[in-house]
Design a protein around this ligand. Structure first.
Ligand SMILES: [Zn+2]
Length: 568
């Protein structure tokens, strides 16, 4: 059963007429209006599953005694209130529960009033304002739950089975690299959701840091919005009609919630949180939001198609005249990121108005023209996908080519006339009139997860030093070089804050230790032997080459320090 416990200054109630035909007529006394001062009003709804009346009432009495003691009240009003539940017990069970509760509370020396069950009643009360004055409780009989039968050991054996089948994968498949470099794993208990290991999380965090730095520099505000939001919001945004089957649903206190499949609706609420003027535009708001989208588990493929991912989203609110400029700035940003990761622009696709669409044709004209103008001015190679735009606006997709000549669709810019309309976004223009902003959605990485997969495959795991989970590894030739090796590690660590450096002092041969470092794709392997110790120098093996280069300690420090700082 459900109860709502209200600490009142007073409660007044009076039965009016039968709500259920089967109810016995009330006595004259029962028909009178009751007025109880300083009372704990216990609103109750007896539910299906409460058939163990004695058990339920026992728990109810415990709950009431507990609350009454904290509030120091002796007047209790038991008040049937069906609206607390949508799963009510038959009336006879409810009446039995209430009668027994009345009897037992009286035995406990409470002054008990019971409002009649099955009658329409008018009531009035004044609830006190302190923190304990409104408490809702769910009353369950302990040990009365249906016992679920399962064998934890058997379940553990089942989930331990999920192993990566590498037989059909190419050597540079990111799933193989991920395992070899200990970056991430998957488990069938969370299909399409990545378990990031320490090494993989380092890469992700570095990408995030770079992204945040560049966005702050480019005048973006950064926000974070909740993970699950009331279904109301998705009805407003339109996702409920168009996208519901891909959304994970959840429930809380009888309300239906959706795990966000997109960040936009949350972002709209942040926009609406304060009045905006033309001076605030263009307003650039970024969010590295974690989204969940249901996909058929058969189509999931490592990091390339996941159910949970981090989207490097941003929304730009502007007026018509600012579209071209903003799109240009976004392309600058895409350029910056592409070149940082050695991607080239392969081509761009511009998708224009579909037959079914919202928004004035005049706005579509302007928007499409603005997008095309930017591409033309920049002499970018583009193709037009006529009619392929979303119903709410045109978009541009950016395809990158990696060093191996493979192409990847990564970044997108999408204009949106619908969302500002649905959320009634406004700003006050120069003429003091309220106007709707235009909105751009855009992603650069797309999904961090997928982007890391792309990076791994396009570099064969040989990530640039700033992204490498382990940047430097020090090996010793023999045990007698261990102290000098430790000295080297300390000096490098002092010279380069946050350097990711480790040591391999095992008694294995140097070639086998080098081979292992190569598998882990460590960019720099320093081998320390008698000669280096004597000369106070470093023999450095650069990843992917068999040549050994000699460096002075300071020389090496300044070289990789710069390399990491510049993110080269
Ligand atoms: Zn968005």
């Amino acid at each position: 059963m459900k109860t709502l416990n209200l600490h009142t200054d007073y409660i007044k109630f009076k039965p009016l007429k039968k709500a259920l035909k089967s109810m016995e007529p009330l006595s004259d006394l029962e028909k009178e209006e009751k007025h109880v001062e300083n009372a704990l009003a216990v609103l109750t709804a007896v539910e299906k599953g409460d058939e163990n009346v004695e058990g339920v009432v026992g728990e109810l009495i415990n709950s009431i005694k507990d609350i009454a003691k904290q509030l120091d009240v002796s007047n209790i009003v038991l008040y049937p209130y069906a609206h607390l539940s949508s799963d009510l017990a038959p009336p006879n069970v409810a009446i039995e529960v209430l009668n027994l509760a009345e009897k037992l509370l009286k035995k406990e020396n409470f002054n008990v009033h019971k409002a009649p069950f099955g009658y329409y009643k008018e009531f009035e009360m004044k609830v006190k304002g302190h923190p304990l004055s409104e408490l809702s409780r769910s009353i369950k009989v302990k040990g009365n739950e249906v016992e679920e039968k399962y064998d934890p050991q058997q379940l553990l054996r089942e989930i331990s089975k999920s192993k990566l089948d590498t037989s059909k994968l190419k050597d540079n498949d990111h799933r193989i690299l991920g395992k070899q470099m200990d970056l991430f794993s998957f488990n069938e208990v969370a299909p399409g959701m990545v378990f990031w290991h320490n090494n993989g999380l380092i890469i992700k965090d570095e990408l995030v840091n770079f992204w945040k730095e560049e966005h702050r520099k480019a005048g973006y505000q950064l926000i974070e919005t909740p993970q699950i939001l009331d279904e109301k919001l998705w009805k407003i945004s339109g996702h409920w009609e168009k996208y519901k089957e891909n959304i994970f649903l959840s429930e809380y206190e009888g309300r239906s919630f959706a795990v966000k499949p997109m960040n936009c609706p949350g972002g709209m609420l942040v926009y609406k949180n304060s009045p905006k003027s033309y001076k605030d535009l263009p307003l650039r708001v970024g969010e590295l939001g974690v989204v969940h989208r249901q996909e058929l588990s058969g189509v999931l493929a490592g990091l390339f198609r996941v159910i949970k991912f981090t989207q490097d989203d941003a929304h730009i609110f502007c007026d018509e005249s600012q579209i071209e400029g903003e799109v240009g700035l976004i392309i600058d940003m895409i350029n910056l990121f592409f070149s940082k990761f050695n991607f080239e622009f392969d081509h761009v696709e511009l998708s224009t108005r579909p037959e079914k669409r919202i928004g004035d044709d005049k706005i579509w004209d302007k928007a499409e023209k603005a997008l095309e103008n930017v591409l033309k001015k920049r002499k970018m190679k583009y193709q037009i996908n006529k009619g392929d735009g979303a119903f709410y606006g045109p978009k541009i997709d950016f395809h990158a080519k990696d060093s191996q000549g493979r192409t990847w669709q990564l970044s997108t810019i999408q204009l949106d006339f619908a969302m500002p309309e649905r959320f009634e976004l406004e700003y006050v223009d120069k003429d003091n009139k309220k106007k709707r902003p235009i909105m751009l959605h855009r992603v650069i990485y797309g999904s961090l997860e997928r982007f890391i997969g792309v990076l791994l495959e396009s570099t064969n795991g040989r990530l640039p030093t700033w992204l490498a989970p382990m940047q430097v590894r020090v090996l010793n030739f023999t045990e007698r070089n261990e102290n000098y090796a430790k000295e080297v590690i300390k000096k490098l660590g002092d010279g380069i804050p946050n350097l990711r450096i480790d040591a391999d002092f095992r008694s294995n041969t140097v070639p086998s230790k080098v081979k292992e470092a190569e598998l882990m794709k460590v960019p720099y392997v320093i081998v320390v032997g008698d000669k280096e110790e004597k000369e106070k120098s470093l023999a450095v093996r650069v990843r992917g080459s068999n040549k050994i280069q000699n460096f002075g300690l300071d020389e090496f420090i300044s070289k990789i320090k710069k390399e990491i700082e510049d993110r080269n």
